[in-house]
Design a binder for this molecule. Structure first.
Ligand code: NAP
Length: 421
């Protein structure tokens, strides 16, 4: 049997694992720094996107294959090094994503009250050690992609998230201090945004909400008009905003305003963000500013990194001898979850073509034990899963996520039921 290590148990790492299992003589050890599998499906996809989250069933099937070993709560660079993996495995696949925020690069960016999308998404998705982020009535979101829409929608849903798996703490904050106004600032024109039509149309389903768009900000260039003729996505996007721009306000208790061609030039305030100053001088009030302007990869010790593109350089997924990359760490942060499947297949094709026959049994557990790492196994995850479902059932919810790292590790390493009370 030849053993391959996959670092990252998100969709990319698991799609790579699925592709590796096509070879009967391969065994896969999957590592993740969180005690739980599924990466961005658990901690990135918005809690109300239940249909997208249902991909977990496919991912679960691969991870429960007897040829796969999950080791959660293991961080590369802390609990083990790339050299450790190199020593023990015939090949290593990095599927570590793009967890770092892009920076706005404007004055005031480091004031309290400005957070990156990742910080806010971590909070509402219950990622362990995420900060407290959404005590705000007026929120400004900078960015024009689907993550900006997720954030606007989730904050405006507030207490309407009880049917999801968000933590009790998140529900409590959004119920007690509901967000009333979200303004999305887009630096380009409407045709250039990255919002996808399905995600825009979802906003129509939110109750008690006025969607506000100034028709004067929707002007199209010649080029935009030509693109509307040839690109259905661009046309649908423009049409959605046109429709909203003609709707009168109803006086609904909550509003979602989109502003176009409005670049933020500075975040201002005394001790914390109070306003966003736009090019042209206008000042937009805000209790919280969220920049949803994309992500970057994270440099890993011993792994090449392209600081300009924010990802690991590679040729069709090959990084160096025995080292491979897949997913956002390979392509950068773009595409939907399914995009990572073809990406993983490309990487694994190259890996399998290079793979030597290597019958050694990896002794990585000795290294982890020497570090005192409390490894959460697949059985451990199943215990966490059961604990979250039981916690949810106490309040007639399908699941309530557990966000406390110590508690997750305790349950995942055998301390289960005591935590349920
Ligand atoms: P994205 O789609 O790349 O959008 C980032 C946006 O930020 C762009 O519109 C960009 O505008 C803007 N931006 C960049 N730098 C800026 C700056 N300094 N100031 C103002 N705006 C700036 O990224 P994302 O929203 O993080 O999404 C990442 C990926 O996940 C995407 O492929 C997305 O579709 C996917 N996703 C999908 C779903 C879903 O399917 N439901 C949900 C969430 C995310 P410019 O064009 O002006 O550069």
């Amino acid at each position: 049997m030849t053993h391959v290590a996959v670092v990252g148990a998100g969709p990319s790492g698991i799609f790579a694992t699925t592709a590796l299992l096509k070879r009967d003589d391969v065994r896969v050890d999957v590592f993740d720094r969180t005690p739980t599998p599924f990466g961005l499906v658990r901690y990135g996809v918005a809690p109300d996107h239940l249909k997208i989250k249902s991909v977990v069933r496919t991912l679960h099937k691969t991870m429960s294959d007897p040829r796969v070993t999950f080791r959660g709560n293991v961080t590369l660079g802390r609990d083990l090094t790339l050299d450790d993996l190199d020593r023990e495995y015939a090949a290593v696949v990095l599927a570590t994503g793009a967890p770092r925020p892009r920076r706005l690069g404007i004055p005031g960016e480091d004031l309290p009250g400005h957070v990156s999308a990742g910080t806010l998404v971590d909070w509402y998705n219950g990622r362990p050690a995420a900060g407290q982020a959404a005590q705000a009535r007026r929120v400004v979101v900078i960015g024009a992609g689907n993550v900006a829409l997720d954030i606007a929608r989730v904050l405006l849903r507030g207490g309407g998230l009880a049917h999801t798996d968000v933590t009790d703490a998140v529900l409590h904050v959004l119920n007690r201090n509901p967000v009333r106004e979200v303004r999305v600032l887009v630096r380009g024109g409407v045709a250039d945004t990255k919002f996808t039509p399905a995600e825009l149309l979802e906003l129509d389903k939110l109750a008690d909400l006025d969607i506000v768009v100034d028709p004067g900000e929707l002007t199209l260039t010649e080029d935009d008009r030509a693109r509307c003729e040839t690109d259905r996505t661009v046309a649908a996007r423009v049409e959605a905003f046109r429709r909203w721009s003609t709707r009168p306000r109803t006086g609904a208790p909550r509003s979602l305003t989109f502003r176009f061609r409005q670049a933020a030039e500075e975040l201002t305030g005394t001790g914390r963000v109070e306003q966003v100053r736009l090019r042209g001088g206008e000042r937009v009030p805000a209790d919280l500013v969220v920049s949803a302007i994309g992500y970057r990869g994270e440099p890993l010790a011993g792994v090449p990194f392209d600081p300009r593109l924010g990802r690991i350089p590679h040729v069709r997924g090959r990084v160096g001898p025995g080292l491979y990359v897949t997913g956002w760490a390979k392509r950068g942060p773009s595409g939907v979850i399914g995009t990572n499947k073809a990406c993983a297949i490309e990487t694994v094709e190259g890996l399998l073509a290079d793979l030597p026959v290597d019958d050694r049994e990896p002794g990585i557990d000795a290294t982890l034990a020497a570090h005192g790492t409390r490894v959460v196994t697949w059985r451990g995850w199943l215990a966490i899963d059961a604990a979250e479902i039981a916690l949810g059932a106490q309040n007639d919810r399908t699941r309530t996520k557990i966000a406390d790292l110590a508690r997750l590790v305790e349950i995942g390493t055998g301390g289960g039921p005591t935590w349920l009370t």
